[in-house]
Design a protein around this ligand. Sequence first.
Ligand code: SAH
Length: 250
Amino acid sequence: MSGRLVIAGLGPGAGALVTPEVSAALSEATDVVGYIPYVARVAPRPGLTLHASDNRVELDRARHALEMACAGRSVVVVSSGDPGVFAMAAAVFEAAEAGPAAWRALDIRVLPGITAMLAAAARAGAPLGHDFCAINLSDNLKPWPLIEKRLRLAAEADFAMAFYNPRSKARPEGFAKTLNILQETCRDARPVIFARAVSTPEEEIRVVPLDRCTPEMADMRTMVIVGASTTRVIPREGAPFVYTPRSVPA
Ligand code: SAH
């Protein structure tokens, strides 16, 4: 029997935001592999083995999935959001490239999901309507000076910016430094969106002017979207709409 490996995105949290293609792959799987809270989102059923592992073991988890697929299992590796955005898909290909040739001959498919950045942007309006970039603020897998360089250059180029992994208990100072850099470089009150636990019962959306942002406004469940200089706020009763116009005047 020939196995296969699907790398699937579960979306930001709500069941309605899991694509039908991902649900179908899960219903056919013999094994689901992933970080504990993501595997917990997959309903158990007879014939399905759930392999939940801790964070920071991405490559071990990827190798385990490849081994099982090679042995004939139908394996789904799950990530939250989209599996290609700061998640398991790249880890699987990294393991496949370095591993036995049989791993590269496998049927491997990546099924996209709704990434946190897009779910958060949609809640606020259309802050990513013009050019933007996405930056992972965690320095677990890259040196901090590189993050600073990218932040400064992106701010200078006037991109809107979406930040993943803005702040954790283990690295509280990174996001404080990020805000200092942006406040120094941008010198304005452009809107910043703090979108926490989007599409879950704990969802919370705040829009705060850049000069009034403070580090504790974000945690690991927060997506932070910083507007460009052209980003607009439409105040109204309740949460404002935030959007970035399609055009920049010449
Ligand atoms: N592959 C995922 C991202 C993994 S990195 C994706 O495409 O969405 C994990 C980070 O994503 C978190 O620290 C947080 O910044 C963001 N995130 C994930 N789910 C979120 C949600 N429901 N609401 C807000 N941010 C979320």
